[in-house]
Design a binder for this molecule. Structure first.
Ligand code: COA
Length: 260
């Protein structure tokens, strides 16, 4: 499938999705959100894909936010609709995908861009990356989950300060805050992130899907994370991958997982 604003490559079970609107610093207009939603859904179902990496084209920006030119004249109702649709069709979709989604943050990740990175399961940044939620400078608050996911990742006090001041933090500060897991030179970002993905795909896909579900349950209203963990742990015992993993260990060989 061809996308107006995305480039997608699939190699050795790793899909790399590049947001490709470099002249607008990869800002998320509606068409790009829709492209991303379709692509993530399809890659989620594609048996040739075990891990998805999301990055931005060019050397300057991951994503410089939602496309301001599209919502400048919105009403209260349209504003709420924009946030609701985006959260449901893309940000929540990514967070709850059964396959790992890693953000390779290659430059500015601002507003909706940082929110996109935060919806991914974890983040790697290039050393030139800058991150922030500057919505209050536009008279807005973050609308794609930023007020919820930023405190989960960096703590309430830091999130309050970042959102109220609209300040951008450096990649190194983001690492200190726990917002990104690694900082690497820009030229090495994709190789480094692919290296992490390669480690992940050696492991059992069903178990990874259940780990995502159990970890997310702690952050979901009405769900008990420990309960979800118990049920998910139990379900793993019914998989071929569990038999393969334990048998391979006892036979002192590497496991070959199929996801079944
Ligand atoms: N929405 C729409 N267009 C955007 C955009 C956004 N969020 N961010 C950047 N662009 C566009 C600019 O309008 C400009 O387009 P033009 O060349 O047609 O005028 C182009 O991308 C390049 O951006 P520019 O501002 O000229 O680059 P810069 O290096 O001077 O500044 C930033 C980079 C990221 C600091 C600046 O673009 C910026 O502040 N962007 C908005 C960030 C933001 O508030 N995001 C939250 C949105 S909710």
């Amino acid at each position: 499938m061809n996308y107006e604003n995305l480039l997608i490559s699939i190699e050795e079970k790793i899909a790399t999705v590049t947001i490709n609107r470099p002249t607008k610093l990869n800002a998320l207009n509606k068409a790009t959100i829709s492209d991303l939603s379709k692509a993530v859904k399809l890659l989620g179902k594609n048996d040739d894909v075990r891990v998805i990496i999301i990055t931005g084209s060019g050397e300057k920006a991951f994503v410089a936010g939602a496309d301001i030119s599209e919502f400048a004249n919105y009403t209260i109702v349209e504003g709420a609709q924009l946030a609701a649709e985006g959260q449901e069709t893309l940000f929540d979709l990514i967070e709850n995908l059964k396959k790992p989604v890693i953000a390779a943050v290659n430059g500015f990740a601002l507003g909706g861009g940082l929110e996109l990175a935060m919806a991914c399961h974890f983040r790697v940044a290039s050393d030139n990356a800058k991150m922030g939620l500057p919505e209050v400078t536009l008279g807005l608050i973050p609308g794609y989950g930023g007020t919820q996911r930023l405190p989960q990742l960096v703590g309430k006090g830091r999130a309050m300060e970042m959102i109220m001041t609209a300040a951008m933090i450096s990649a190194e500060e983001a690492k200190q805050y726990g917002l990104v897991n690694h900082v690497v030179p820009q030229a090495e970002l994709l190789d480094f992130t692919t290296g992490i993905a390669q480690k992940i795909i050696k492991n059992a896909p069903f178990a990874i899907a259940k780990a995502i579900k159990a970890i997310n349950a702690n952050y979901t209203d009405g769900k008990n994370g420990f309960d979800t963990e118990i049920k998910s742990f139990g379900k793993c015992f019914g998989t071929q991958d569990f038999k393969e993993g334990t048998t391979a260990f006892l036979e002192k060989r590497k496991a070959e997982f199929t996801g079944k």
